[in-house]
Write a protein that binds this ligand. Structure first.
Ligand SMILES: NC(=O)c1ccc[n+]([C@@H]2O[C@H](COP(=O)([O-])OP(=O)(O)OC[C@H]3O[C@@H](n4cnc5c(N)ncnc54)[C@H](OP(=O)(O)O)[C@@H]3O)[C@@H](O)[C@H]2O)c1
Length: 286
């Protein structure tokens, strides 16, 4: 199939693009700089240099694709507006759309299945999800992603390397819903190939480590002996802004729908068992 993807240089987008290419699909990806375009081309992914802010610039490759995948995000004052603009443009360009949301849409508690009403940390994102679902698109809700260059898990490694302790919010007895980057990329590929329509799909693995267990493993792997620094919520909010709410979440999310509909079967068993490999990958990606 022909796929067009935004955020092809990002943490999730790059893995998704590469995963699809490995399965034989023709993939084109939006990037913002010639250097990132070159890196994509080296992975057999056709680069499209442009910006979410100017959809006209990538209309043609988006229209030409069988499936569009939205993985770009720009955190900042325009976060919501840019996401809305990209979703509306991708829908207007026609065809199927896979939209990247996240398990933070459920808020605390659980176990949550896709039909659960939660307390979204970003209520505006629910509106974008509705646009996608109304157009028979697919909404993917990944857990906190680990592996490779690392997303949120990079905060632990960075803290351990720079300050000899991995930062956590509160006592760390909370549990996140998580997923390995490659398992997630596999879920996107199955969602492209299986052609579900108008569905939300959770993407989390079955691991249930506490945040403290994960942060301690990260700290050990990074040479800080398992030390963590527990931030109060107020201090975390000062440091991370609104993201502190996500870091403090204690939630449980069920991904059996993706197994049932698409045969998705996550291979990784959570963060601590392979923390040394994840540290090496994070370190090499810096
Ligand atoms: N990471 C996680 O643990 C996680 C978990 C659940 C859900 N999610 C969701 O997944 C999505 C992707 O997250 P991520 O972690 O992969 O983010 P990321 O690593 O920050 O990647 C963001 C991507 O968007 C691109 N981008 C930013 N502004 C752009 C613009 N104006 N025009 C075009 N491209 C632009 C970036 O390009 P540059 O390389 O040029 O900066 C990059 O490719 C987000 O919606 C996030 O909420 C993430």
């Amino acid at each position: 199939m022909k796929i067009f993807l935004t955020g092809a240089s990002g943490y999730i987008g790059r893995a998704v693009a590469e995963g699809l290419r490995r399965r034989g699909h023709r993939v084109s990806g939006l990037v913002r700089t010639p250097a990132k375009a070159k890196a994509l081309a080296a992975r057999e992914i056709e680069p499209v240099v442009g910006d979410m802010r100017q959809p006209k610039g990538w209309e043609r490759p988006a229209r030409n694709a069988d499936v569009r995948i939205h993985c770009a995000v720009e955190y900042g004052a325009d976060y919501e507006k840019l996401d809305r603009g990209a979703v509306e443009a991708l829908l207007a360009f026609g065809g199927r759309l896979l939209y990247t949301s996240g398990v933070w849409q459920y808020g605390p508690g659980g176990p949550f299945v896709e039909s659960s009403a939660g307390a979204p940390l970003m209520p505006w994102r629910s509106e974008h999800e509705k646009l996608v679902l109304a157009a028979s698109g697919v909404v993917l809700r990944p857990g906190c992603v680990y592996g490779g260059a690392g997303g949120l898990t990079g905060l632990w490694f960075q803290g351990a390397v720079e300050h000899k302790a991995a930062p956590i919010v509160g006592d760390g007895a909370n549990r996140w819903a998580v997923v390995h980057l490659e398992d997630l990329a596999c879920l996107y590929a199955l969602a492209v190939e299986g052609e579900p329509a108008g569905e939300i799909l959770n993407g989390v693995d079955a691991s249930r480590f506490t945040v403290r267990e994960m942060a301690e493993a990260a700290s050990r792997a990074a040479g800080a002996g398992g030390a963590v620094s527990a931030l109060s919520f107020a201090d975390a909010e000062k440091r991370y802004g609104g993201m502190a709410h996500g870091l403090a979440l204690d939630q449980r999310v069920d991904a059996s729908k993706a197994a049932r509909l698409l045969g998705w079967n996550p291979r990784f068993n959570g963060f601590p068992p392979d923390a040394d490999a994840f540290f090496a990958a994070w370190n090499a990606s810096r």
